[in-house]
Design a protein around this ligand. Structure first.
Ligand SMILES: *[C@@H]1O[C@H](CO)[C@@H](O)[C@H](O)[C@H]1NC(C)=O
Ligand SMILES: *[C@@H]1O[C@H](CO)[C@@H](O)[C@H](O)[C@H]1NC(C)=O
Ligand SMILES: *[C@@H]1O[C@H](CO)[C@@H](O)[C@H](O)[C@H]1NC(C)=O
Ligand SMILES: *[C@@H]1O[C@H](CO)[C@@H](O)[C@H](O)[C@H]1NC(C)=O
Ligand SMILES: *[C@@H]1O[C@H](CO)[C@@H](O)[C@H](O)[C@H]1NC(C)=O
Ligand SMILES: *[C@@H]1O[C@H](CO)[C@@H](O)[C@H](O)[C@H]1NC(C)=O
Ligand SMILES: *[C@@H]1O[C@H](CO)[C@@H](O)[C@H](O)[C@H]1NC(C)=O
Length: 501
């Protein structure tokens, strides 16, 4: 009973919106204890709790129920934290904008007073101010949406609280006074932490009213300064866009060591959940046998595979398996072929207009790598070069069924001096070479038809990368490095959009 009571107070503590740290006590016989609560360097509340060993609690059905509640509360706490961070950020912005609004107000008054005097000049100044202030509107809208979420949390917390008090009643008055006084003192200590959120809420309402009054327009707004990492709870996950800009690549993990110096391997990004079938193509020419491994685990541990014979040999290592078909460049041609594994037939073949082939515009390592096919979040792409674009990289979005070019972008990057390239979220990333120290140093954004130079290290573990492709399902880079099949994780910089709420 004592243990349960302590657990109760622990939950109440979490209900107040604090972060929870669990520490296993040195002595397993000890029960739940609240150790301390303090603010960390970022101003969040951190509470340390000493928890008893799991097995001690599992005897009691009520404890189990409590543990479930605890988990839910922890989930909510996580979400509230994210909201809080975001609220802090918005607040800074809003405060800045508030000053500007005040300035605008003054301007309006001046115009009224000096009606005839200087009117054109004043009008221009106001117009400029308006333009500056416009982004405030969507921020405030986003903020209001946040407020709705917070409201939802509060309701959930209330529900939890009533469940808890029900439990408490069931347990009777035993030790109640002790529990009560502890809760009261905790509440006091923690209220300070909650005030932050409350304060922000007040400020926005006023400003929001002011702004919607004055400026009756709507804008879409994204905040590139907001970054959300993976692993957040449901509600935040909904806000996270699938796409983002590449900001980092993990160290390579070697999945298997097999095959020759050149080749390609991949999984199908559109395969159903849990299907990790691996497709494997050794060599860059004179081969037409595709290996199929049942799963990534099979691929890692066995040499048990099924072989598929393609109707033509492939060229290079730019093949991609997408929605059950392999797309590949037919050897010594600029023909792209779509071959359906299920029916073992060519479902489409189509020339890639003007594309160089047969080592005309290859990647730095050669190997007839003129046409590199790949898939990102947006679909199927071909990376190649043309005479018309002076041997510089051309990016074309392809229709996956007809293989027709939907749209093309011409870059200023020579195809032959590119190490490899891969596409993430509509941005083409190019590496500076295939051997030695390698980095991703050029990025072309198809969304804006702009490019930039970047500097992201790519570990080149075995000194010869002949294939590098992104898989949007795994959010990983697949590479063939000198007879080793390796994987990298990527870090993307996410942008949060208010309309995703
Ligand atoms: C808490 O979140 C985790 C992971 O998001 C989930 O598996 C679990 O079911 C959630 N718990 C409750 C009680 O909602
Ligand atoms: C809280 O409980 C009420 C009544 O049981 C229910 O209608 C409501 O949806 C619950 N709210 C949340 C956020 O779970
Ligand atoms: C997370 O979302 C899923 C589906 O939307 C839902 O079934 C689940 O209950 C949610 N979990 C939490 C902790 O809200
Ligand atoms: C284009 O995409 C890049 C990377 O995904 C992003 O940083 C940039 O803001 C986008 N530009 C536009 C105009 O959407
Ligand atoms: C290899 O795979 C086949 C079917 O895919 C299966 O019947 C066979 O048992 C597997 N052999 C080994 C050694 O795993
Ligand atoms: C994938 O293939 C199936 C049929 O095999 C088709 O219904 C579906 O639309 C395809 N998906 C995409 C994104 O092409
Ligand atoms: C990628 O991240 C996942 C989840 O953190 C991890 O399991 C996996 O091993 C990582 N893979 C690589 C190649 O680092």
């Amino acid at each position: 009973m004592q243990r349960v009571n302590k657990l109760l107070s622990l939950i109440v503590l979490v209900l107040m919106g604090t972060e929870l740290t669990q520490v296993l006590p040195a002595n397993p016989e000890e029960s739940w204890q609240v150790y301390s609560s303090a603010q960390d360097s970022e101003g969040r509340c951190v509470c340390t709790v000493v928890a008893p060993q799991q097995t001690m609690c599992s005897r009691d059905a009520r404890t189990k129920q409590l543990r479930q509640l605890l988990e839910k509360v922890q989930n909510m706490t996580q979400s509230i934290q994210v909201l809080d961070q975001r609220t802090q950020r918005d607040l800074q912005y809003v405060v800045k904008m508030e000053d500007q609004l005040r300035g605008l107000e003054t301007k309006f008054r001046q115009v009224e007073e000096n009606h005839k005097q200087n009117i054109a000049k004043q009008y221009k100044a106001i117009k400029a101010k308006m333009a500056e202030l416009r982004p405030l509107i969507p921020v405030l809208e986003e903020y209001k949406a946040d407020a709705r979420l917070v409201q939802q949390f509060k309701e959930e917390v209330q529900n939890l609280t009533s469940s808890l008090s029900l439990l408490q009643q069931e347990m009777g008055a035993y030790d109640y006074d002790d529990l009560h006084s502890r809760v009261v003192s905790l509440e006091e200590r923690l209220r300070a932490c909650m005030q932050k959120l409350g304060l922000c809420g007040e400020k926005t309402t006023t400003l929001s009213d002011l702004a919607t009054h004055r400026l009756n327009m709507c804008h879409k707004y994204t905040d590139p300064s907001m970054r959300v990492d993976a692993g957040l709870s449901n509600i935040t996950a909904k806000k996270v866009m699938a796409c983002g800009k590449l900001t980092g690549i993990s160290d390579a993990i070697t999945i298997k060591t097999s095959g020759s110096r050149f080749g390609s391997w991949m999984t199908d990004p559109l395969a159903p959940e849990g299907n990790t079938r691996v497709w494997y193509m050794d060599g860059y020419h004179n081969n037409r046998f595709v290996r199929e491994y049942k799963s990534m685990a099979d691929f890692m541990t066995s040499d048990n595979f099924t072989s598929h014979r393609l109707p033509h040999p492939w060229s290079g290592t730019g093949q991609v398996v997408y929605n059950g078909s392999i797309y590949f460049n037919k050897f010594q041609s600029n023909m792209i072929i779509k071959f359906d594994f299920k029916t073992s037939t060519i479902s489409k073949s189509q020339r890639l207009d003007n594309s160089g082939y047969s080592n005309t515009y290859h990647y730095a390592w050669g190997g007839h790598s003129d046409i590199d096919l790949m898939v990102d979040e947006g679909g199927l792409w071909a990376i190649y070069a043309t005479n018309q674009n002076a041997g510089n990289i051309v990016i074309s979005k392809l229709h996956p069924l007809t293989l027709h070019i939907i749209q093309s972008w011409t870059t200023n990057h020579p195809r032959r001096s590119a190490g490899e390239s891969f596409m993430i979220c509509g941005t083409l990333y190019v590496t500076n070479g295939y051997s030695g120290g390698t980095k991703v140093y050029y990025a072309y954004h198809t969304n804006s038809s702009t490019y930039e130079y970047i500097d992201i290290v790519l570990q080149n573990k075995y000194s010869h990368i002949s294939m590098l492709d992104y898989n949007p399902r795994d959010r990983a880079l697949y590479a063939w490095n000198n007879g080793h099949q390796v994987l990298y994780n990527v870090t993307l910089f996410h942008v949060i959009r208010s309309e995703q709420l």
